[in-house]
Design a binder for this molecule. Structure first.
Ligand code: NPW
Ligand code: ADP
Ligand code: K
Length: 513
């Protein structure tokens, strides 16, 4: 697991380091420039063999200051450096001004000219472009300043050109990963100390290329309020800790199914719950769907649940340790009553798909939720439950910092009192107490083939299975998101939803369990 920061958190960490006397701004800027050059040479080893040519785009803040350091370091290595500056030198902040002055002794500074820059890029013959125009201080769109440059950089990248963004691609919001307007595309982004939320959500990964985090000697301790980037779990995920246990010591998940002809989704969820290690899984189906379910189920058990009375009787068994409700469930009055009972049972509960639609129809829906509930909406379901938050996520933010998927799930979790997992390639997860995590199926973990019908049903089952095994809801959601994507990655392209549960044993083997 690692941390993702906002721009404000990064500024606070830097300010604390300076207040403690650990480092001054000038030292941090020098380390940042060194980190950029080291990262470029490590990422593209051929750049280190002979001196080449670079084009450095500097802006009016400290991001531009980092650019001046990089220009100097490359020149000292024998590179030919062309540098353009947006803004007036006498308005640069002090550390950037100092590095501007040092660079001015070595090379020329050309005033910003969007059209000339685009022509320069299109002419080719440049081995590396450094984007030091705007970083974490980018507060609005940059089309008016750099629209032609952005288009030319797009062509340059498409022709395998190397573009390194310092800290963030200019025009991309550090906190939300949203395009503020006219983002400069990069093939490598070198950020400092910790990665930023915006590099792992919304449009971030489309513009960052790859991410490298350079150490600039700041306090390695955790940052309060940071977002966790969900990584591989430890051995606690397996059953290994419970040698000698029996099936009930691994939990009993109850998955509620819908009517005949639409039980597939609940069966997928049940299979996910079983494969993630719940000791028992029972599918509760109405009488009309029993034969259909029986024809397809082997390891999962089947119970008839036509109405509230049947479910009440089933829930008398205290060993049922979690419920999953929603995939293929239906949204009729029977289902609404069953949902109310499931909520009143106070058992750990995953609500997905129709379960979320039903919830949205209830009066005062959030007053019925409790801290052991996990909501797993996709974007559409999220908008039904939290229309105001979804609206803030839509469209281009008017200025930075933009409202992020993390902001949205944090607000949704606080409002609903439940853990909220907003699905997508960038899955955002939050608990009512403010903890937040991002699972990014991006960069090395990309698995676009996971966007297949029924994949979300399996995720709901995996989370229900983890809840049944006693994992707390925020952890169950985070672990579930990682296991789900890992199962897709282990299987690879061609995956259909049925393959996901069946890939979990290979995931566990890969974790050394
Ligand atoms: N924090 C740290 O620990 C470290 C930070 N470091 C580096 O500092 C960077 C942050 O520096 P920064 O705060 O000076 O912000 P930066 O992005 O250079 O720009 C701000 C300037 O741009 C202007 N401006 C913004 N948007 C604009 C627009 N659309 N169009 C036009 N102007 C616009 C804005 O003006 P304003 O919005 O106030 O009008 C202001 O003048 C960070 O990314 C990293 O590279 C490293 O050295 C290592 C340690
Ligand atoms: N581009 C993507 N890369 C990786 N995973 C994705 C991508 N798009 C969607 N997913 C995942 O696929 C699943 C789709 O779930 P959902 O939208 O509920 O579909 P369904 O109802 O068909 O199961 C979610 O777990 C989501 O996180
Ligand atoms: K930049």
């Amino acid at each position: 697991m690692s941390e993702l920061l906002t721009a404000a958190q990064m500024r606070a960490i830097e300010a604390e380091a300076m207040a403690r006397g650990d480092a001054d701004g000038r030292t941090l800027m020098e380390r940042a420039g060194e980190g950029v050059v080291d990262a470029a040479l490590a990422h593209w080893p051929d750049l280190g063999t002979v001196p080449l040519s670079a084009l450095v785009l500097c802006g009016p803040g400290n991001n531009g200051g980092d650019g001046f350091v990089v220009a100097r370091l490359l020149t000292e290595r024998g590179w030919q450096v062309e540098l353009f500056l947006f803004g007036a030198p006498d308005r640069l902040p002090p550390d950037a001004r100092l590095n501007h002055d040092r660079w001015a002794e070595l090379g020329r500074i050309r005033p910003w000219d969007d059209a000339a820059l685009a022509d320069r890029l299109d002419a080719g013959g440049c081995d590396l472009v450094i984007d030091a125009l705007f970083g974490s201080g980018c507060s609005r769109g940059i089309e008016a300043i750099a629209g032609r440059t952005a288009a030319a950089l797009g062509r340059f990248c498409a022709a395998d050109g190397r573009v390194l963004a310092i800290d963030m691609p200019s025009g991309l919001c550090t906190d939300s990963g949203r395009d503020l307007g006219g983002v400069l595309p990069a093939t490598l982004t070198v950020t400092f100390h910790r990665a930023r939320i915006g590099q792992f959500t919304a449009e971030g990964s489309a513009f960052c290329g790859r991410i490298v985090v350079a150490d600039i000697g700041l306090d390695p301790g955790p940052c309060p309020g940071s977002v966790t980037l969900v990584g591989a779990p430890g051995p606690e995920i397996g059953k290994v800790g419970a040698v000698g246990g029996h099936k009930y010591s691994h939990g009993h998940a109850l998955v509620l199914a819908g009517g005949a002809g639409r039980t597939g989704a609940a069966r997928l969820a049940a299979r996910g719950a079983l494969r993630v290690g719940a000791g028992l899984v029972t599918l509760a189906a109405p009488g009309e769907a029993l034969a259909e379910c029986a024809a397809h189920l082997t390891a999962a058990m089947l119970r008839r649940v036509d109405d509230v009375g049947d479910l009440l009787a089933l829930l008398e068994d205290p060993r049922i340790s979690a419920l999953g409700l929603g995939p293929g469930f239906g949204t009729g009055s029977r289902e609404a009553e069953l949902l109310r009972l499931a909520l009143d049972s106070d058992r750990p509960l995953v609500l997905d798909a129709d379960g979320l639609s039903l919830l949205a129809q209830l009066e005062a829906p959030f007053s019925r939720l409790h801290g052991d509930c996990v909501l797993t909406p996709h974007g559409g379901e999220f908008a039904r439950l939290f229309p105001d938050l979804a609206e803030k996520l839509a469209g281009r933010p008017p200025h930075g910092p933009g409202f992020s998927r993390i902001d949205a799930v944090r607000a949704a979790a606080a409002r609903s009192g439940a853990v909220v997992l907003l699905k997508g390639a960038d899955t955002a997860i939050a608990a009512p107490d403010g903890r937040a995590a991002m699972h990014a199926a991006l960069y090395d973990r990309a698995a676009p083939w996971l966007a297949t019908a029924g994949a979300g049903d399996v995720l709901a089952g995996i989370v229900a299975g983890l809840l049944a095994r006693g994992r707390p809801p925020f952890e169950a959601a985070s672990l579930g998101a990682w296991l789900h994507v890992e199962a897709a990655r282990v299987f690879g392209p061609g995956l259909i939803a049925e393959d996901l549960p069946e890939s979990l044993p290979a995931v566990f083997r890969g974790l050394g369990l």
